[in-house]
Design a protein around this ligand. Structure first.
Ligand SMILES: Nc1ncnc2c1ncn2[C@@H]1O[C@H](COP(=O)(O)OP(=O)(O)O)[C@@H](O)[C@H]1O
Ligand SMILES: [Mg+2]
Length: 285
């Protein structure tokens, strides 16, 4: 697909460990069409953040290719707006001055950057909090501030790494609806990592399920649920059916708990996942 906003093909990545190298990703294929909202779900440690680092251009894959807008070669850094797993708001900067960082880095004058950012504060639910410091904000506000900073970074592809992972269920639900509102206005191609099955389905046009490390794609599904999405969808039969499929894929891929990194790095997990060939499934209402 040459018109894909993002095409990841056969990407593998290992890290040097104390013993044997840790295989984080193994032959990952993933595509996103322009304007599509794609979610990625998998157990902790399966390489999701690693995949984002590769897509953003912070590191290079050992094998495979990553193409943005059909272009395989050249810089990825700076063409992707990346919201890392930790919100990384600087405690010594006000919310406004945190949010304008990417503009400052690009050489926009500070007063001009502040003006531009302030215009967006109401839309991001931050009105009245420009001069507040991050540590005084609620969890939801912190993630909206980090999200606004990411949006201001520009770039046609938005990478969001578990942006709502630290929020309580109620706030998380509100943030999901809010995010969909922003996405529907902007229609930026978005990749969203989560470990929450409901969230993965609720947001997505399409979703990918990953196996435990080394991360592979266990399942990809199209989510043809109507938009705008509302919370009552969570109990709709099509939603529940897809959720059962996802849970099965996650369970089938599950390996014995080997979370201690020193232990895991000495054990080759590859053999235990040989049955997890990619399934391509379209789910229709
Ligand atoms: N820079 C790194 N150096 C060494 N090991 C790493 C590095 N980044 C990630 N890893 C390892 O790669 C695996 C996948 O990590 P990560 O991508 O953070 O998983 P996830 O985001 O799915 O929880 C883990 O075993 C982790 O310890
Ligand atoms: Mg992660």
């Amino acid at each position: 697909m040459s018109d894909a906003a993002l095409a990841v093909r056969g990407v593998s990545k290992s890290f040097a460990g104390a013993g044997r190298p840790v295989r984080a990703l193994d032959g990952v294929d993933l595509v996103a069409a322009p304007g599509e909202l794609v979610t990625l779900i998998g157990p902790s440690g399966c390489g999701k953040s690693t995949l984002f680092n590769l897509i953003a251009g912070l590191a290079e894959p050992d094998t495979g290719t990553i193409a943005l807008d059909g272009q395989g070669a050249g810089q990825r850094l700076g063409r992707v707006a990346y919201m890392p797993q930790k919100d990384l708001l600087l405690p010594w900067r006000t919310t406004l001055d945190n949010v304008i960082l990417p503009l400052e880095v690009r050489g926009v004058r500070r007063d001009e950057a502040r003006r531009r950012a302030l215009d967006l504060f109401p839309q991001f639910g931050l009105e009245g909090f420009a001069r507040a410091y991050p540590q005084t904000l609620s969890g939801g506000m912190r993630s909206r501030a980090a999200f606004l900073r990411t949006v201001l970074a520009g770039g046609s592809l938005l990478l969001l790494d578990e942006p709502f992972g630290a929020l309580d269920a109620l706030t998380r639900g509100q943030m999901q609806e809010w995010l969909l509102g922003v996405w529907e206005r902007e229609r930026r191609t978005t990749l969203f990592i989560t470990h929450d099955v409901d969230e993965a389905i609720f947001l997505a046009d399409r979703l990918y399920v990953m196996t435990p490390r080394p991360g592979r794609i266990a399942l990809t599904a199209t989510v043809e649920l109507p938009r705008p999405r509302t919370p009552d969808l969570l109990t709709a039969p099509a939603f529940v059916q897809l959720k059962a499929r996802l849970l099965r894929a996650l369970r089938d891929g599950a390996a014995p708990e080997l979370e201690a990194p020193s232990l895991a790095s000495d054990i080759d997990l590859v053999g235990s996942h040989q049955h997890a060939d990619p399934l391509i499934e379209g789910v229709r209402r």
